[in-house]
Design a protein around this ligand. Structure first.
Ligand code: HEC
Ligand code: HEC
Length: 254
């Protein structure tokens, strides 16, 4: 068994065992969960999915009224106004890669400086102004997991992608990873099994070229509400190779 295979097997097993183990222990802090040997990698992928879509993850409806922090002059049709990613972006730097596109707003602020901070301090910031999440939408354990994610779970977009969004990896090295780990669900051409965010084309090639930050976040953390694995165990080089290969897929779909 190659390292990738055994790593994904490990991941499948941990997810199968831990999905049931983590979610019911709501009253516990992340620290307590970690003490109980719930894998940190797994908790980080939950954090990444909460960041992506709090509502799918918690099984709650997004509030009907717009988030007062969201700028009124930016269209938020697809991502809504309450998901962390809507304001802080797929690479955590603010608007880059966010659906508001080129829109710049003081609401779209960078969280890159949270890297390495005490997770509990970050958790407290998430529960404080200017955010207006109430305790039902943002219980302490959820803020704690998000805090841990922002402290140690962010990827560094500028290390993985060049300034045009092209992956710094080698496509030919990424092909076997894609064909081994992804194509059974997404097909060899990357066109299967995708609903995606509103406005996305159903093509991993298109996504990897046009929304590489979204692809990196989802590959690392998984897709909320689906059985796609979080690939946090991939070393950066293999992650870049994988995305470089995905950027060559389905090239006629610009
Ligand atoms: C509607 C826009 C919006 C959404 C949605 C949003 N935030 Fe924020 N966030 C902000 C703004 C505005 C600030 C304040 C930035 C400042 O004061 O410089 C902020 C600040 C933060 C900070 C503190 C940053 C610092 O430098 O101290 C953290 C951490 C944070 N947000 C995390 C999150 C998380 C996690 C979510 C999802 C649960 C989220 N935010 C959702 C707009 C938003
Ligand atoms: C077990 C099946 C499965 C496997 C294996 C799988 N995925 Fe997925 N993937 C899904 C599902 C289901 C979705 C969600 C589709 C939707 O609702 O849009 C998804 C979504 C995605 C998305 C997000 C698309 C978007 O619109 O943002 C990306 C990117 C992605 N997968 C890449 C990969 C890569 C790369 C691999 C291999 C490393 C992989 N997937 C392996 C099932 C899988």
């Amino acid at each position: 068994m190659g390292p990738l295979r055994s790593a994904s097997l490990y991941c499948v097993l941990s997810i199968a065992v831990l999905v049931s183990a983590v979610l019911p222990v709501r009253a516990q802090t992340v620290d307590q969960q970690l003490e109980e040997n719930v894998g940190e990698v797994f908790v980080l992928s939950i954090g990444g999915k909460l960041y992506d879509n709090l509502f799918t993850m918690l099984g709650k409806e997004e509030p009907a009224k717009a988030n007062p922090n969201y700028p009124a002059d930016v269209s938020a049709k697809s991502l809504g106004t309450w998901r962390c990613v809507a304001c802080h972006g797929w690479d955590y730097s603010g608007a880059a890669g966010e659906r508001g596109g080129v829109a710049k707003s003081p609401s779209f602020t960078s969280l890159r400086a949270m890297e390495g901070m005490d997770p509990k301090d970050i958790s407290n910031k998430i529960r404080a102004a200017p955010h207006v999440y109430d305790a039902e939408l943002m219980p302490e354990y959820v803020a704690d997991i998000l805090g841990l994610f922002l402290s140690v779970g962010q990827y560094n977009a500028s290390a993985l992608l060049d300034e045009n969004g092209a992956s710094r990896g080698t496509a030919s090295a990424g092909q076997p990873i894609f064909e081994g780990a992804c194509s059974n669900c997404h097909q060899l051409d990357g066109r299967a099994y995708l609903r995606g965010e509103l406005g996305d084309k159903s093509s991993l090639g298109w996504l990897a070229r046009n929304r590489p930050q979204q692809v990196l976040h989802k590959v690392l953390n998984g897709f909320p509400g689906t059985d796609m694995l979080a690939m946090r165990f991939l070393p950066d080089q293999q992650l870049m190779d994988l995305v470089a290969y995905m950027q060559t897929l389905d090239a006629k779909e610009k």
